[in-house]
Ligand binder design. Sequence first.
Ligand SMILES: CC1=C(CCC(=O)O)c2cc3nc(cc4[nH]c(cc5[nH]c(cc1n2)c(C)c5CCC(=O)O)c(CCC(=O)O)c4C)C(CCC(=O)O)=C3C
Ligand SMILES: [Fe+2]
Length: 347
Amino acid sequence: MPYDALVLVSFGGPERPEDVIPFLENVTRGRGVPPERLAAVAEHYYSFGGVSPINQQNRELMAAIEADFSANELPLPVYWGNRNWHPLLTDTVAEMKADGVKRALAFVTSAYGGYSSCRQYLEDFAKARAAVGEGAPVIDKLRHFADHPGFVSPHIDAVRAALDTLDPARRETTRLVFTAHSIPNSMAMTAGPPPVDPPGRYVAQLRETAALVAAAAAPDLSWDLVWQSRSGPPSVPWLEPDVNDHLAALADTGVTSVVVSPIGFVSDHLEVIWDLDNEAAATAKERGLDFVRAATPGTDPRFVAMVRELVLERMEPHPDRLRLGTLPLWDTCPADCCTPPARRPSS
Ligand SMILES: CC1=C(CCC(=O)O)c2cc3nc(cc4[nH]c(cc5[nH]c(cc1n2)c(C)c5CCC(=O)O)c(CCC(=O)O)c4C)C(CCC(=O)O)=C3C
Ligand SMILES: [Fe+2]
């Protein structure tokens, strides 16, 4: 077997109030995020006792992957490391080296292309390996899974289940609203291998996934793809419309009910439970919209099995790709894919 471990790599989040600010500093170092935005986001974390749910969700995902590997006789140990908070990827890579791991596959908890969602993770691998030095394992990232049935099917079922809670008499004025993390327009325009076709790989993949989920879950309903959790200085343009503005606009055109499906994410982390369950839900209420947020894959068995399928696929010489979409796909990103944004001096 050419690989001897799997490493789960994620964003990371604080689990104690005193870790919130150091975590936010790690996330935003050199990114030009204004202090007012940071202070506001710190409050979102404090309102949950300073505990982001993301680490516990990754512990559960890791346990589910281990159980699935073992049930399917795939003898790979599973590790977990984060970009921004403990367990930090560098410490994990050091542990992997100490355990004698030579060559690992990485499953990143982000389905799509783009700098923040893909290339920055490759940079995280390189930084961690450089810090560990001689003998650090090689780390190969598994492919984008935006259109993998193990990711799309749980989203389809979640949208169906959400729709089932809404008033069927209002079906004709019900709308599906898919959301993903906003990114700067400039980052969207460089997402993918050059020359990047507009609107960039991140947006193109999200549109394709949204279309797949909508077509299967509710072909009779209209849908939109909108953006959430905008960061950065107000002067820098990010993908729009924001989900809150969009909900208000929908209410003005006679929509009565919305299912909000966070297809940009794999679990109910803080961006989901604050920005949607709290903020977007409040916007909907203010505008008199019936609102229901669809679930994320989390530890859905199909999503967990997908990780194994991606690993096995990667070990095949001529892999048969399990996928529902048609956008170009590759195992190894070209070196000039998703160019990093210009760095801003840290404040
Ligand atoms: C594309 C994308 C994903 C999806 C792909 C992936 O999952 O990787 C994602 C996920 C997440 N983003 C998260 C949290 C944050 N993101 C921030 C800031 C930023 N995100 C960006 C993009 C993305 N972010 C960008 C371009 C910035 C500006 C700074 C920069 O240029 O890098 C900030 C700073 C404060 C602020 O919001 O301004 C925080 C706290 C959490 C953890 C939630 C938890 O704790 O449960 C998760 C999963
Ligand atoms: Fe983010």
